[in-house]
Design a protein around this ligand. Structure first.
Ligand code: SAH
Length: 225
């Protein structure tokens, strides 16, 4: 899979993609991530990429030309399955969407900043708008990193034990059961005995019960269906 990220602040991604699981996916060649600095696509002398908001009001808007220039040059090189814009008014990210996106070959992710990007780019180029939740952060870089993380860890070969991504919360609409590690007696707090029993059937039953319990509890708590 190839992910092209368009951003006014490329350095934010350095440490994120240089660590952990994501790095394993990148090093092994299973996933390619290319970060594009929007300033490199600005034709102005000062490398200007933002401008005032028509109609007035505080805050700058990312200009259409650098975004369009970058998008057009990428689209010339290969076919993209999805051009995604990270935005608080987009479709809320969930595991199902991540699963679907992880099957794709080439995607572009656009990060906004300030008041956002010129609407015409959204109208003409973007075919999926994704939000990480009903709150606003200062730029699309952290939302894009979250999106990429959740997609990349699902690609076969990226995680050591491939099945472990499948057992995470939300994969089967169930939350994951509690997990424990050594010592079994930590300051008098004991690990549930069944997990030490070696009885796989009983352990699976316990995990299933806990998953169901936590899922129901969350539904009640969040008042979601
Ligand atoms: N004025 C916009 C917010 C701009 S925040 C509004 O009210 O909707 C600047 C940028 O941060 C956005 O363009 C977007 O790319 C990113 N961003 C902020 N919150 C986000 C969220 N919840 N999900 C995804 N992207 C977000």
């Amino acid at each position: 899979m190839r992910i092209d990220i368009l951003t006014p602040l490329p350095s934010i991604f350095n440490s994120i993609f240089e660590t952990s699981i994501l790095q394993r996916g990148i090093k092994s060649g299973i996933v390619k991530i290319k970060i594009h600095d929007l300033r490199d696509y600005s034709d102005s002398k000062q490398k200007k990429i933002d401008d005032y908001c028509y109609g007035g009001g505080a805050g700058m808007v990312l200009k259409p030309e650098p975004l369009a220039k970058c998008l057009r040059s990428l689209k010339k090189e290969r076919k993209y399955n999805k051009i995604i814009y990270m935005t608080p008014d987009g479709q809320e990210l969930n595991q199902k969407l991540s699963n679907n996106l992880s099957q794709l070959e080439n995607i572009i992710v656009i990060c906004g900043r300030y008041k956002g990007i010129d609407q015409r780019i959204r109208d003409l180029f973007v075919d999926l708008e994704v939000s990480i939740g009903e709150y606003v952060v200062s730029g699309g870089e952290l939302p894009a990193a979250i999106l990429c993380d959740t997609i990349i860890r699902l690609i076969p070969g990226v995680m050591n034990d491939e099945t472990s991504a499948l057992l995470d919360s939300f994969q089967d609409n169930l939350l994951a059961p509690p997990v424990y590690t050594r010592p079994s007696n930590w300051e008098g707090n004991l690990v549930p005995g069944v997990l030490l029993s070696g009885n796989e059937k009983e352990i699976n039953k316990w995990r299933e019960e806990k998953s169901l319990y936590l899922t129901e509890k969350r539904k009640k708590h969040k008042n979601i269906k």
